[in-house]
Design a protein around this ligand. Sequence first.
Ligand code: TYD
Length: 235
Amino acid sequence: MLKGDLLYAGKAKSVYRTDQEGVFLVEFRDDITAFDGGKKDVLSRKGYFNARVSAYLFRHLMERGIPTHFIEMADDRRMLVRSLSMIPLEVIVRNMAAGSMSRNYPIAEGTPLHPPVIVIDYKDDVRHDPMLNDDLIMALKILNAGELARVKEMALAVNTHLIRFFDSLGITLVDFKLEFGRLNDEIMLGDEISMDSMRLWDTSTGESLDKDVYRFSKGDVMEVYRRVADKICAG
Ligand code: TYD
């Protein structure tokens, strides 16, 4: 598979065309950012750990009937994916209050949320990803009512599968962010599922096992990413 033109470079991943129609190559770089790009670093092997975990979790979900863009790994940090027409939403599922939820609303970090809370942001850097609601999503013609229902149903199904998986590893899935795209008329999971896009807590110690280690300088970020990746991919 030949790597073609660079189509898009995000904060931590770059997307390339390939010589195969409808197939893109996603490269997980070693860049790490937080606070809307306000904190940035390059951490050796970070791209490898996130690519490995994303591939593992995409496979895990596909085996359980969730459609995703994942095809296969091209090498240890580059993933072949189906090219989707991306939907500009960040779909966040929360099982416990944390992060912006506890900053913006009167609810203590760690408060369990039953049922889980879905928050959907508009993916738009210039506007700093404002939060949407169902009416806004339809007024902006991002999704119709049926598609919105499908996105929420898929997000909750992913949550159920991931909660069960992480529970078996002694890890609590606090929250995570998904992005979806369209392939013809089908909505599929795209982007990544990694330590950058999930909040994971050690169930017995409460230790952060995700990008919060970087955001809040809680320790050796790459030691944590390596340890979590090993645990997930052995699971
Ligand atoms: P959230 O608490 O909304 O934001 P913050 O990380 O600023 O505290 O994040 C909820 C989850 O979604 C968390 O696991 C990180 C993930 N997320 C992203 O991956 N990208 C994003 O742009 C946002 C807003 C969240």
